[in-house]
Design a binder for this molecule. Sequence first.
Ligand code: NAD
Length: 364
Amino acid sequence: MRVAVPKETAPGERRVALVPETVSKLRDAGFEMRVERGAGAAAGFSDADYESAGAELSDTTSLVVAAGALACVAKPSAELLAAVPSGTVLIGFLEPLTDPEGIAQLSERGVIAFAMESIPRITRAQSMDALSSQATVAGYKAVVLAADRVPRLFPMLMTAAGTIAPVRALVIGAGVAGLQAIATARRLGAVVSAFDVRPAVAEQVQSLGAAFLDLGVRAEETAGGYASELTPEQQAQQQTALEERIPDFDVVITTAAVPGRPAPRLIPTSAVERMRPGSVIVDLAAETGGNCELTVPGEVVEHGGVTVIGTRNLPSTMAYHASQLYSRNVGAVLLHLAPEGELTLDWDDEITSGACVTGPEATA
Ligand code: NAD
């Protein structure tokens, strides 16, 4: 099977779906690899790197000719999609829960689409879990952004000029991104607290050296390990409890999300107004509306001396490593769907049927 890798076209997207390391592995496994010229440039991978890895370079128009699969980060552009032959396998972040129109377009084109968001979170599919790999990058970068913005040093320092207190950081939502944010903030020397509505994560939070903040709100955990949505009463209770505790923190990283739903609104303006000037909120849920009432997706705003960072797509700002991890996930999916380079779709397989969003056996 021939796999095509386009240059991403979404605004601000710097990642590439397959890096030379994976291209080389897939070639060894029996795939033919074709990469659009410049596809990896924004992530730090040159055309020469791809050629050395055994890829054929192509321009946009010939990229998908006789390709069996197209490996993307985001959905392909309308122009590229129009050229994709019916029956082509498409792999990427396709937003199956939030972009039904986009999925319908893929279906009309006759594409067999596999959404990276829909890979089941089972042990066997861990190497394909791109939500986790990219959330890890985002959690790290959120802390780096906060450290850059906050007018304080993260660690406690004892100097000849006296002692300075460490930053106090709060991480809300201790899933994959939140746990990485905790670990990164701890490495920089902050004193970290964290909260999640899934009480099961308290132990993980503590094992990273952070304190679990009990706000008295608990949600059910779904079979996939996700939190269920809070009731309006629980949400109000959480906002009130946070409003009381939030003035204790210099840095707040919010990562709370419920799949397919708008981000839960956790931090009202009144809570931000109780924070000390110079404090920073990094809202990783900006993409789905934000955990903070003041978040403007894609922007950095200031309110009463508090900075609220709503920068979108943090993994793209760390494009080299984000692409490397994503590429390994996509490579694992390709090897699953086409062992030894030959497409063998087993619709009884939980990963294949679970991730398929358009095509013969789509479940979404
Ligand atoms: P996510 O991005 O959907 O959510 C982030 C966090 O927000 C979650 O921990 C969630 O509990 C929390 N949250 C939701 N509403 C909240 C609220 N109102 N207040 C505070 N926190 C709130 O989730 P994720 O990080 O992608 O994954 C969550 C969990 O899924 C993981 O911790 C793990 O248990 C499970 N998981 C399993 C596998 C696997 O088995 N292969 C892989 C990855 C994740």
